[in-house]
Design a protein around this ligand. Sequence first.
Ligand code: CA
Length: 389
Amino acid sequence: MTDFGRTTLPYCSFVRPGDDRACVGVGIGTDVLDLTAAAATVVPGRRDLFGGGSLDALLAAGPQVWHEVRLALATHVERDDAALAEHLLPGGDVELLLPFAVADYVDFYASEHHATTVGRIFRPDGEALPPSWKHLPIGYHGRAGTVVVSGTPVRRPSGQTRAADGTVGFGPTARLDLEAEIGFVVGAASTPGEPVPISAFDQHVFGICVVNDWSARDIQAWEYVPLGPFLGKSFATSVSPWIVPLAALEHARVSPPPRDPEPLPYLRDEQPWGLDLELVVTIEGTVVSRAPFSSVYWTAAQMLAHLTVNGASLRTGDLYASGTVSGPEAGQRGSLLELSWNGAEPVTLDDGSTRTFLRDGDHVCIAATARLADGTHIELGQVDGQVIA
Ligand code: CA
């Protein structure tokens, strides 16, 4: 279990062994506070929000209530309230569940280093970035129903692919990949027809999670022109079980990279939401990448403004992800596609074995931390998954 310290206060949904009743939990150190049980003491006026066992009711309640509950939790934790002790469980003793019902899932392509490297791999003689890339955060709507919680095994998908000689066939993907991303969880819904401006980002987005957007590169390469990813992505997207409130990241905010050209007015940010996060990608225990989220070109607030600028409304439980996070250095790339240069440069693991793409049995872990303004770090949890045949 991640050590969350005593001030981050991330939320989860969990069950005790042998019990099938889900509870809402809060991470305190390496323990889980059963907030469904403790709510009568901590937030007696809001205990109804936690009876359902998932974060759904809390997410829907909106920013004033999020603040009220967090403040009450922080106050009780700070004074080491004895009333909490009876509701604390060791983190290793519980099973963590998908923490909220995922409504819509959107995935962006917001890292310039990722988009540029992918462009160089696939279009070595052309423009690395599509012409719209620096004018809008590119994204697509994915499959919400296949978002799974960390720990869920991921079955190698099958699909159509085209071999180098042009033969079209069907079979298990030979190019299964990971994508290290940060996910943003929408709490408060918005009104149909009314765009959500950048300034309202924290009135709608509750918090963040760590995402592994599994990708089958051979299926993707054959199907994605002209409409973008489909079956090469939709088989599974894994999320960390802990949702870290945006409020815990206030001191991790940094300026994003300079934007050139200046975007249209609806994408201009006066108080930008760059975040100083690091994603550490591990395959079979070997760290293969340390990707800096602060290098991502478009912020989550810009993504939300763009996502809704046509009047498309938000629902409680909407999840949108940043797209693969890659930094400027070779060891900062957030996918095997980039790390192995599309299979040309295998990655060597600590046991001496090599990977171009994932093998059956591989354990993939993506863990995230945030660096705060005072130089300290907080843990944001991790997303794990094993590839099965
Ligand atoms: Ca992705």
